[in-house]
Design a protein around this ligand. Structure first.
Ligand code: PLP
Length: 393
C-alpha cells in the first residue's frame, strides 16, 4: 500500500454523481453568478437549517469579515483576540482600524470577558471575538459590556458552523456573525463564507456591499467590493448541507475515541463541551503541559511527523507576534494566550479518518509519555541515590 500522509484535515465532498446534474443545469442556464437560483436557494436553506433570520453568502470568510466591519461603519479601535487565525486581525487592518488585543481565558481559549473592560477607550467602537474551535465565547457577558459602553459586537464564527447554545444557533448572538466555508473548515463550499444578520434592512445593505455597492442599473450606493459566491459553489453547498448531520456524527465518534485513548495520560488536557452547547467537533485541540507530560508540544509534533502525521499548532504563533502587530502596546503581556499557544496541538480530525490512524496517534503519544515517565523515574532514582550517597559521606 502506498504510504499516505495524514493531514490535520481532509475536506468532505458531496457525492460527485449528485453534483453532476446540478452542473448540467448551470451549464444549461448559463447563469454563473450574481444572485442566481442556487445562490438564493442556498441562502434560504442555510437560514432554515441553522435557525437564523438572514444569511448573506460570500466568496470567503475574510471578505465577509471585512464587509461586516464596513456594514456597521466600525472605526477607531476594536477589541479582539491574539489567539486566532490572522484573518481576524487583518480584516481590521484593511479597514484602517486599530486592533486592541485582550488576553484569553484558559478554559476555551476565547476572549476573557473579565479583561475586556480595562481595554475600552474613547476610541473603541466594537468587540471582535472569535468562537475558537467552535466553542462559544462568553456571549452574555460580552453583550452586557457592549450594551453598557455602546459597542457593536461582531463574532468571527469561522469555526462555529452548526454550533448551538441552549438550542439556538450561536450565529444569533452579537450584531453580526461571520462564518467561513473554506476547504479546511467543518462545512466547506471549496472557498466561501457568510454573514449572518438579524434583519432584512441589514441584509440588503450587506448584499449591496458585496456587489460593488450596486443597488440597481443606475445607482451605486457606496464603495462596495466584489465578494459574491458563484452558482457552482452554491449548488455544491446545497448538497453539503444534506450530509452535514452525518459529518458531525462521524467527527463526534473520532473525538470520543481520541478522548478515551488519551484521557489517562498525565499532562494531556482537552476541552470540555459545556452542558448547554451542541458542538460541531470542528477541531480536536490537545494541550500538552511539558512539565507533567515530560516532553514538549513540539516534541509531540515532530514525533507524529516521523510517522507522516501532520498535526497543526492552531494557534501558534499568536497574531500579536507577527511583525505587523507586535509593536502594538496591547501585544505585550497576554500571558494566558502565550501559554496556550505553547501547549496547543490540533490532532487530525475528519469524517473518514480511519480508526487505525486514531489508534496509531494515541499509541505514539502514549509511548512518548511512557518514555518520559521512565526518564522521570530514572531521574528520581538517581536523585535518591545521590542523596543516599550524601548521607553516607
Ligand atoms: C478560516 C478563518 C477565517 C477566514 O476564512 P476564509 O474563508 O479562509 O477567508 C477567519 N477567521 C478564522 C478564525 C478562521 O479560522
Amino acid at each position: 500500500m502506498e504510504k499516505r500522509k495524514i493531514l490535520v484535515t481532509r475536506p468532505q465532498l458531496p457525492p460527485l454523481n449528485e453534483f453532476i446534474p446540478l452542473l448540467a443545469d448551470i451549464w444549461e442556464s448559463r447563469w454563473l453568478t450574481n444572485n442566481g437560483k442556487y445562490h438564493q436557494e442556498f441562502e434560504k436553506a442555510l437560514a432554515h437549517y441553522l435557525g437564523v433570520p438572514y444569511v448573506c453568502l460570500f466568496a470567503n470568510g475574510t471578505l465577509a469579515l471585512m464587509a461586516a466591519l464596513q456594514c456597521l461603519r466600525i472605526k477607531g479601535e476594536v477589541i479582539t483576540t491574539p489567539y486566532s487565525f490572522v484573518a481576524t486581525t487583518h480584516s481590521l487592518k484593511w479597514n484602517h482600524i486599530k486592533p486592541v488585543f485582550v488576553d484569553i481565558e484558559p478554559d476555551y481559549c476565547n476572549l476573557d470577558p473579565a479583561k475586556i473592560e480595562a481595554a475600552i477607550s474613547p476610541q473603541t467602537t466594537a468587540i471582535l471575538p472569535v468562537h475558537v474551535y467552535g466553542n462559544p465565547c462568553a456571549v452574555d457577558q460580552i453583550q452586557n459590556l457592549a450594551d453598557i459602553y455602546g459597542l457593536k459586537v461582531i463574532y468571527d464564527a469561522a469555526h462555529a458552523f452548526g454550533v448551538r447554545k441552549n438550542g439556538s444557533s450561536i450565529f444569533n448572538y452579537g450584531d453580526l456573525s461571520i462564518v467561513s466555508f473554506h476547504a479546511t473548515k467543518v462545512f466547506n463550499t471549496v472557498e466561501g463564507g457568510a454573514i449572518i444578520c438579524h434583519d432584512l434592512k441589514t441584509k440588503k445593505r450587506i448584499d449591496y456591499l458585496k456587489n460593488f455597492g450596486i443597488a440597481n442599473e443606475t445607482t451605486v450606493i457606496g464603495p462596495g467590493i466584489n465578494a459574491k459566491m458563484n452558482e457552482l459553489q452554491a449548488a455544491y453547498g446545497l448538497l453539503q448541507l444534506k450530509y452535514f448531520d452525518t459529518v458531525i456524527d462521524a467527527r463526534k465518534y473520532i473525538t470520543d475515541k481520541y478522548k478515551k485513548g488519551l484521557q489517562s495520560i498525565a499532562g494531556i488536557r482537552f476541552l470540555d463541551v459545556a452542558d448547554d452547547i451542541d458542538y460541531n467537533y470542528a477541531y480536536f485541540p490537545v494541550f500538552i503541559d511539558e512539565l507533567q507530560f515530560g516532553q514538549s508540544r513540539d516534541a509531540v509534533f515532530e514525533e507524529l511527523k516521523k510517522h507522516d502525521i501532520f498535526a497543526r499548532r492552531y494557534f501558534y504563533p499568536l497574531i500579536s507576534e507577527f511583525p505587523t502587530y507586535r509593536s502594538l502596546p496591547s501585544a505585550k503581556g497576554l500571558h494566558v494566550a502565550h501559554e496556550m499557544s505553547r501547549q496547543i496541538i490540533c490532532l487530525p480530525l475528519y469524517p473518514d479518518l480511519p480508526d487505525e490512524i486514531v489508534d496509531l496517534i494515541i499509541s505514539i503519544i502514549e509511548n512518548m509519555s511512557e518514555v518520559s515517565a521512565a526518564k522521570i523515574s530514572v531521574n528520581v532514582l538517581s536523585d535518591l541515590n545521590r542523596n543516599h550517597d550524601l548521607h553516607k559521606k
